[in-house]
Design a protein around this ligand. Structure first.
Ligand SMILES: *[C@@H]1O[C@H](CO)[C@@H](O)[C@H](O)[C@H]1NC(C)=O
Ligand SMILES: *[C@@H]1O[C@H](CO)[C@@H](O)[C@H](O)[C@H]1NC(C)=O
Ligand SMILES: *[C@@H]1O[C@H](CO)[C@@H](O)[C@H](O)[C@H]1NC(C)=O
Length: 861
């Protein structure tokens, strides 16, 4: 999951690793808590297993064990499956920290952060964007609320995170479930010290609860639990570890569990998603990152944000991006040693002073695209100041070099400053912000002279640079819904793009990261404030109250493609309820009983849906209900069955929504029901899988205002093509990756397939062509000899866009007669493979609900 702004990529989660499985590792959910009984039963039955984790808690949300099967054969799996105490046997799947897309890590900026404009008010931009500043002004801090952070651990030695670990400290509870050497595949070796060695968890923790001089978290007085589920460096985590961490956090009495972890899924059936649902049903809310796969377009929901009951969180860009500049000083006349910041690029200015040469043409600093003025003389010992734009950095550096200048300071023509690389021999470059450039221009126009001094050891300056291009709108990397079952994710979005927070001291102490990973702890902190207020009022809060309240008090945002705002609102599929409004969430006097109205596809269309409005205030209120449309988005490219990469085609074609009644009076403490009837938008190309949506706005006397997002899919999903036939899949190849010619001997036939949409069941069956009698297993319209071992394959996510991520299986001459049976060897002969993928909303036992493809015949000798 990644985003790009100005620096390096952090490639923790690659879509290529979608739905990875740890070979030979399984989770068995068992009846009762006797995991030792299970393990000894395996021994006495001659099944060699290595214990990974015991997944039990006294709460009995889930009982089970994860293990490595030394001999990972269908026989052994069938044996285990047949034991009465086994509820379900599933493979261990890998997930990743929702990795930041870009990161900027700084050293020793603590004292510089405290220099930022501050004062008694909380004017930290993301807090203003989400309404948290107003809650802080009311004295709310999350005091006494316990939030468990499932992540890479927390650097609790950071002074802003309390300095110590254990009861009485800010990071008061938690554990390391895996040990430092864990990489997702090997066996976890737990210890009790959840110190962070990677950075992600410390950044997340700071967003929730850091206390720095002028930089504070959303809920600075909550008690944090650190559940470390990644090794060092952090690679991946198995869902057995995630299940165990969630169960432990719940048993430890966390008021909220938050995880900035995920992976492409879109199905609610993964064991981790199921455990999340059970924990939520038992009363503990869970907030989970919606994913950083926005580039994949629609229908790309992430697990376990897609779990029923979880709060899925999308990302909004910071209005003011923090940028780290290097400090320097300039003097001119009465101005002595005034600090400014620049980004160093190629070369170095050393520890030295320079006289600035600021050539002005037509009242502006020159862009030097037509060269420098002829009469400048030799510039060898001076620093030349040149405006960015019109021609390349290289052209500017060469123009300076032509006059002997070796030191060039560029002035940015857009907010902030970037690192510049040039190859002009011997030339060093840097860049200052437009503000610094304007200051210098003014001095020079008034005939002043400027000198600037640089220090190679200078510290960084954090400055907040307005982001007029995409600030305050959805981050392009934020994953889009809906899920494969037409549930909307995310529910709500929060500042997550370009966020400054704490980072392990060994990496410098602070970092600017981006991701839904950063938005999720923001929402976790907001929930902390809500729970603190409810506790003070003596109220018990359910997870549903939080999910509904957060989603319906959100503020819908206009669409932004990464560079500019549109005139229309972004689709519900991208933003859910919009940006969180923490103040309204805590202070609304009205509530509803649903967070989303999901109208499903045309075949399962709900013509009307209803919800209840409750007046929690102490005065009678008049409510007016209206509809606000959001853009409709097409899932697939024009004339194609494949998904369209971001940004999808969007249309201002809206559903017709009838709300009745649309005006109503409700007495204090009373509720009334409202019915919403919807006619889908007209004139759409149903083949492109249009997803429409908007918000039902409920406003009372101009004071309270809630908006319930609604959405639906304007096609019959069962008609949509789930297999990527378009790019030539499925295909049978030989081991040299050549297409296997029909009726030839293929020594290791490999079937490759790719999915254009998620498919709940993919099966590959084997038909004997040379011995028709042998085909004693009917599979819908085919008589087969059985399936490839490991098939059917369940809950398959869509294959990511791009050429690298197709699925492959090799025919080894073995088949299973029926699911879970031991595999058997087939005799020499001519065979073909029959591939089937279940269409969306299709029924598993109905043949015509599958797409079917058969391979050419091949000879197995
Ligand atoms: C774009 O829209 C967002 C959200 O409404 C807003 O915060 C931002 O200021 C807008 N940007 C511009 C340049 O208008
Ligand atoms: C939409 O309909 C399908 C098929 O009945 C169902 O499985 C799915 O849960 C429904 N989705 C929603 C959001 O209700
Ligand atoms: C392969 O063999 C089958 C059965 O003998 C035959 O029907 C088919 O036409 C052959 N295909 C090719 C491409 O030769």
């Amino acid at each position: 999951m990644h985003l790009k702004t100005f620096l390096t990529f952090v490639g923790l989660l690659s879509p290529a690793l979608a739905q990875r499985i740890v070979p030979g590792a399984y989770i068995a959910e068992i009846k009762g808590t006797n995991t030792n009984g299970f393990l000894s039963k395996a021994r006495t039955n001659g099944v060699k297993i290595r214990h990974r984790m015991t997944l039990n808690q006294e709460t009995s949300i889930f009982n089970g064990v994860s293990f490595d099967l030394e001999d990972d054969t269908p026989e052994n799996r069938a044996k285990i499956n047949s034991w009465g105490e086994v509820v379900e046997l599933s493979p261990v799947r890998l997930y990743d920290a929702a990795a930041p897309v870009a990161k900027q890590v700084t050293r020793d900026v603590a004292k510089l952060i405290s220099k930022r404009a501050g004062g008694p008010l909380d004017n930290y931009p993301p807090h203003v964007q989400g309404g948290v500043d107003r809650l802080h002004a009311e004295g709310l801090s999350g005091k006494g609320i316990k939030i468990a952070v499932i992540d890479t651990g927390i650097d609790y030695t950071h002074p802003s995170l309390g300095g110590k670990f254990g009861p009485g400290n800010k990071v008061a509870f938690g554990t390391d479930l895996v040990g430092d050497r864990y990489n997702g595949n090997n066996t976890p070796v737990p210890d009790d010290d959840p110190i962070d060695c990677a950075g992600h968890g410390t950044h997340v923790a700071g967003i929730i609860a850091a206390v720095d001089k002028d930089f504070i978290g959303v809920a600075p007085e909550v008690i944090l639990g650190a559940y470390k589920v990644f090794g060092c460096p952090s690679v991946s985590v198995g869902n057995d570890v995630l299940i165990s961490a969630f169960l432990q956090a719940q048993a430890d009495g966390a008021d909220l569990i938050t995880a900035s972890i995920g992976g492409p899924s879109g199905w609610t059936e993964d064991p981790w998603a199921k455990v999340v649902t059970r924990i939520v049903n038992a009363g503990t809310p869970c907030s989970i990152a919606a994913g950083n796969e926005g580039a994949e377009g629609l229908f790309y929901a992430s697990g376990a944000a897609d779990a029923i009951g979880a709060i899925g969180v999308g990302s909004v860009n910071n209005l003011n991006s923090p940028v780290v500049l290097t400090a320097a000083k300039f003097s001119s006349g009465d101005i002595k040693d005034k600090e400014f910041g620049y980004t160093p690029g190629t070369g170095s200015f050393g520890t030295k002073s320079y006289e600035l040469y600021v050539p002005v043409v037509d009242g502006q600093i020159t862009d030097a695209c037509a060269g420098l003025p002829a009469d400048v003389g030799d510039l060898k010992d001076k620093m030349v100041v040149i405006l960015r734009g019109t021609c390349t950095f290289e052209a500017k550096a060469s123009a300076a070099a032509a006059k002997g200048a070796l030191n060039v300071m560029l002035v940015n023509n857009v907010p902030g400053a970037v690192d510049v690389t040039v190859t002009a021999p011997g030339v060093s470059v840097g860049m200052v912000t437009p503000e610094t450039g304007a200051e210098w221009l003014k001095i020079v126009v008034e005939k002043g002279t400027i000198s600037a001094s640089f220090n190679e050891e200078a510290a960084g300056i954090i400055t907040a640079v307005p982001n007029p291009l995409s600030g305050g709108t959805m981050s392009v990397f934020s994953s889009w819904g809906p899920t494969n079952e037409m549930y909307q994710r995310p529910h709500i979005s929060a500042p997550g793009g370009n966020i400054l927070s704490t980072y392990p001291l060994i990496f410098g102490g602070y970092a600017v990261l981006s991701g839904t990973s950063m938005a999720t702890p923001y929402v976790a902190g907001v929930i902390g404030l809500y729970l603190q207020k409810a506790k003070a009022e003596g109220r018990k809060v359910t997870p549903a109250e939080l999910r509904v309240g957060l989603t319906t008090t959100g503020r819908p945002l206009v669409f932004n493609d990464g560079a500019k705002n549109s005139t229309f609102l972004a689709p519900v599929a991208q933003q859910g309820g919009g940006i969180v409004d923490a103040y309204k969430f805590l202070h609304s006097k009205t509530s509803v009983d649903t967070e989303l109205l999901e109208f499903n596809d045309t075949q399962h269309f709900r013509e009307s849906m209803s919800f209840k409005i409750t007046n929690n205030g102490d005065k009678q209120a008049t409510y007016k209900l209206t509809e606000i449309p959001g853009a409709t988005a097409y899932t697939t490219k024009e004339g194609s069955t494949l998904a369209q990469a971001f940004p999808p085609t969007m249309l201002e074609s809206y559903a017709d929504v009838k709300i009745s009644p649309n005006v109503l009076n409700i007495k204090p403490g009373q509720s009334k029901r409202v019915v919403v009837r919807l006619t889908r938008p007209a004139g759409l190309d149903a083949a492109r899988i249009p997803v429409y949506g908007g918000w039902i706005e409920i406003s009372s006397n101009g004071v309270d205002r809630l908006r319930i997002p609604y959405m639906g899919v304007a096609t019959a999903m069962k008609k949509a093509t789930v297999t990527n036939f378009e790019e030539g899949y499925p295909v049978l190849r030989n081991f040299k990756s050549e297409t296997a010619p029909a009726n030839s001997t293929v020594s290791r036939p490999i079937l490759e397939w790719a999915l254009a949409l998620g498919s709940a069941v993919v099966r590959i069956d084997v038909v004997s062509v040379s011995n028709k009698e042998a085909n004693d297993v009917p599979v819908f319209t085919d008589n087969t000899i059985g399936s490839l071992p490991g098939f059917p394959n369940y809950w398959n996510p869509r294959t990511p866009l791009g050429p690298d991520d197709i699925n492959r299986v090799t025919f080894t001459g073995r088949i299973v007669k029926k699911e879970g049976d031991p595999s058997i060897r087939v005799p020499a002969g001519t065979y073909k493979l029959v591939y089937r993928a279940l269409k969306m909303t299709g029924r598993k036992n109905t043949g015509r609900d599958y797409e079917r493809w058969e391979s050419p015949n091949f000879i197995w000798a």
